[in-house]
Write a protein that binds this ligand. Sequence first.
Ligand SMILES: [Mg+2]
Length: 274
Amino acid sequence: MVNLKKKALEIRKDVIEMIFHAKTGHTGSDLSCTDILVALYYDVMNIDPRNPDDPDRDRYIQSKGHAAEVYWAVLADKGFIEKEELKTFSAFGSRLIGHPNNKVDGVEMNTGSLGHGLSIATGIALAAKMDNKSYHTFTLLGDGELAEGSVWEGAMAAAHYQLDNLTAIIDRNGLQITGASEDVMKVEPLANKWRAFGWEVIEVDGNDIHALSEELHKQPVDGKPTCIIAHTVKGKGISMAENAAGWHHRVPNQEEYDQAIAELDMQLEALANE
Ligand SMILES: [Mg+2]
């Protein structure tokens, strides 16, 4: 059994390494959803890195594609790709570009043009029903992304087709590239919106990895897709980046990098002493 909290801290370190060395990346966005990816990949999803095309595998579509670094770090740690390859992130000719790329084993779909993931996931979940397959489809959306109208088309269709084999997770950190999501485009009352669209809605602390995992393991309501509103902190784990919209796409300088790694190491140490 993987220690999920420890794994999430190690993945956060990988993310900071990648961004610092490549001098590009979405620091705040990655750290916000790290616990969500770790819960899915280490505790919830039925996937096998040795058989990435298994027709019965669970599917994951990362609609907030810009948080690619955390996705690459998880896929490498799980063994879908070599850990060495992380060093090529964003370099000329690398497969590991700034958004998910399905040339890489484990990636179902190229994403990053926001607003598409839910409709893709809806189609995949509908295909499972048509093919009598029991796999589950998960998709991760940013909260800023909810301003895209296509998200709501997907939401409507998933409920219409009664896709209880689909879970959409909203990384509800309250921020997006230009500021607070409620200032840029109001999404509240968010849970009510999803309920009105016919979804079962669960709210959880998205940085409490065990609480999150527990919700993800719950049996879905018959005939209803599930929306998990994961309340998160953008930049979680590194004090300078927490709740700071400016860190959406910011790269740490040497001093900030040193501090970030030191803070993550301190959290690892505290965890070891628990
Ligand atoms: Mg956000």
